[in-house]
Design a protein around this ligand. Structure first.
Ligand code: SF4
Ligand code: SF4
Length: 425
C-alpha cells in the first residue's frame, strides 16, 4: 500500500496516522499472502492490484479533488441505498467497507459485545480514525434493515453525519408504497445536499451507468460457470468489493477487458484449477474488504469458489433497473420495482432467496454450497437453517459456517472446510 505522497491528505482528514500506518501494514501483508501468492492470475487483475494498492491513496485523492470542485461524497453500508439518485445529483457514492477488526474496544463502548463484526467494524473504523472514506463523507446513509444496524446507527450518528432510509420488511403493496416514499425522500435529500435538481435526463444517465456496472458483473459471473474455472473466487470477490468504491465507468471498462481475457482462457480450456476441482458456491452475509479469510480457507483446501450469493456479489447485480422509462415518475417506479426485488434475509418471508440460491448453484455448476454468516447475525443465521433444509431436499451438499473477522478460528475452519471438500470430491 502506497503512503508517502498522501500523509498530508490523511492529516487534513484528521486521521490517526500511527494507527493508520499499522492498518496499512497489516492489510499489505494480508493481501500479499492471500492474493499475490496465487498462480495463473489473469493479466487484468493488475488493475485490481493497483486499485487496492491505492485504496487509501489515489482514490481518496480523487474524492478530495471532487470535493474541492463542490461535489459531495455519500457513504453507505447497504445495497438498498439507490446509487442512481446519488449519481444523478452529481454526488459520489461509496460503499464503506467494514471488513476488518479495528477499534473493536472503542466500538464495544457504543454497541453491545454480541453485535456482528461488520457493525463493530464500521463503528471501530470511525472511532479509531483510520478510514479515509468515512472521514471524506459529507453524508452517511444508514437503513432500517437488521436490528443491529438500526440501533447502531443511533449511536453512530453522534460521531458522523447520518441520514436513515427506511426499508420495508415485507413485499406487499403497502410496502411498495413505503419504499417509493423513502426513495422520493432520498431524492429530496440528495437534491438538498448537492444543490442540484435531479432531472429525467440525469437520472436516465445514472441508471444506465449503474446498470452497466451490474451487467459487467453479470458477465463475469456468467463466465465463472465454465469448467475449468477461469478465475479464482478470491479474485472475483475482490472485483465485487472494488465495485463499491471505484469510479463506476472506469470500473466497468476495466472489468469488461478482464472478461475478454477470461473468454480467451475458456476457449483454450484453461483455468485456475484442474477441471475436477470441487466447485463451491458461497452464500450469505456480505464480505467487505478485507474480509478474505473464508475464501482463502476454501481455496487453499482444494476447492474453487464459482459464485458469491451475497450483497457483495450476485444479490447486488442480479436485477437491473428497467431503462425504458422516460419521465421521472416512470424511472422512480422502475427503481422501486428493482430495489424491492432484493432478497435480503431482513425480509419476511424471504422464500425467493431459497429459490435464488438453488438456481445459482445450478447455473454456476457448483458441487456444493458453503453458507457463511457473521456471528450474531440473526437474519442470516436463521435463514442458514431454512436454506440448509432446502439444499438437502435438492440433494445439494452444504455446510453452514458462522465466524467473525478474527483469525482465532482459522484452524477449526480449515478442518471443517477440508472435510466438506472431501465429500464433494
Ligand atoms: S445483507 Fe441486507 S442489510 Fe446487509 S447489505 Fe445486503 S441488503 Fe443490506
Ligand atoms: S451481517 Fe447481519 S447482523 Fe450484521 S449488519 Fe449485516 S444483516 Fe445486520
Amino acid at each position: 500500500m502506497s503512503e508517502a505522497p498522501y500523509r498530508e491528505m490523511w492529516e487534513n482528514l484528521n486521521m490517526d496516522l500511527p494507527a493508520h500506518d499499522a492498518l496499512l501494514e497489516v492489510l499489505g501483508k494480508f493481501y500479499g499472502d492471500i492474493y499475490m501468492s496465487q498462480k495463473g492470475r489473469l493479466q487484468g487483475m493488475e488493475y485490481l492490484d493497483f486499485v487496492l494498492s491505492e485504496v487509501h491513496g489515489l482514490r481518496i485523492k480523487e474524492l478530495q479533488d471532487a470535493k474541492a470542485e463542490g461535489r459531495k461524497i455519500v457513504g453507505t453500508f447497504c445495497v438498498f441505498v439507490p446509487e442512481e439518485l446519488t449519481l444523478a445529483a452529481e454526488a459520489i457514492h461509496v460503499g464503506l467497507c467494514a471488513g476488518a477488526d479495528a477499534g473493536t474496544e472503542q466500538a464495544e463502548k457504543l454497541v453491545p459485545r454480541n453485535t456482528c463484526a461488520l457493525i463493530k467494524s464500521f463503528i471501530g473504523f470511525k472511532l479509531a480514525k483510520i478510514c479515509p472514506y468515512t472521514e471524506s463523507c459529507d453524508l452517511i446513509v444508514g437503513e432500517t434493515t437488521c436490528d443491529g444496524k438500526k440501533k447502531a446507527y443511533e449511536a453512530f450518528a453522534e460521531h458522523a453525519p447520518m441520514y436513515i432510509m427506511e426499508v420495508p420488511q415485507q413485499k406487499r403493496e403497502a410496502d411498495r408504497q413505503l419504499l417509493k416514499a423513502e426513495i422520493l425522500r432520498y431524492k429530496d435529500k440528495m437534491e438538498k445536499l448537492t444543490g442540484k435538481t435531479i432531472t429525467a435526463d440525469s437520472l436516465k444517465k445514472s441508471i444506465k451507468v449503474v446498470n452497466d456496472r451490474r451487467r459487467v458483473l453479470q458477465r463475469l459471473n456468467g463466465l465463472r460457470s465454465a469448467n475449468p474455472a477461469p478465475i479464482s473466487g478470491r479474485d472475483a470477490l475482490l472485483i465485487n468489493q472494488v465495485s463499491f468504491y471505484d469510479d463506476p465507468v472506469r470500473f466497468t471498462q476495466s472489468i469488461n477487458a478482464l472478461c475478454d481475457q477470461m473468454e480467451v482462457r475458456i476457449k483454450a480450456k484453461e483455468g485456475v484449477a484442474p477441471a475436477d476441482t470441487p466447485r463451491v458456491l458461497l452464500s450469505g452475509c456480505p464480505m467487505a474488504v478485507p474480509n478474505w479469510k473464508l475464501p482463502y480457507v476454501i481455496e487453499s483446501s482444494g476447492a474453487v469458489i464459482v459464485g458469491e450469493e451475497s450483497c457483495i456479489g450476485e444479490r447486488n447485480t442480479r436485477d437491473l433497473v428497467d431503462e425504458s422509462g422516460e419521465t421521472l415518475e416512470q424511472m422512480i417506479d422502475a427503481l422501486v420495482d428493482r430495489y424491492l426485488r432484493i432478497d435480503c434475509a431482513c425480509f419476511t418471508p424471504n422464500d425467493e432467496r431459497m429459490d435464488n440460491v438453488t438456481a445459482m448453484a445450478g447455473a454456476q455448476n457448483a458441487d456444493g454450497v458453503i453458507q457463511y454468516s457473521l456471528m450474531f447475525c440473526q437474519p442470516y443465521e436463521h435463514e442458514a437453517i431454512k436454506l440448509g433444509k432446502r439444499l438437502d431436499s435438492e440433494e445439494i451438499p452444504s455446510l453452514a459456517i458462522a465466524t467473525d473477522y478474527s483469525m482465532e478460528d482459522i484452524e477449526q475452519l480449515k478442518t471443517r472446510v477440508e472435510a466438506f471438500v472431501e465429500i464433494l470430491k
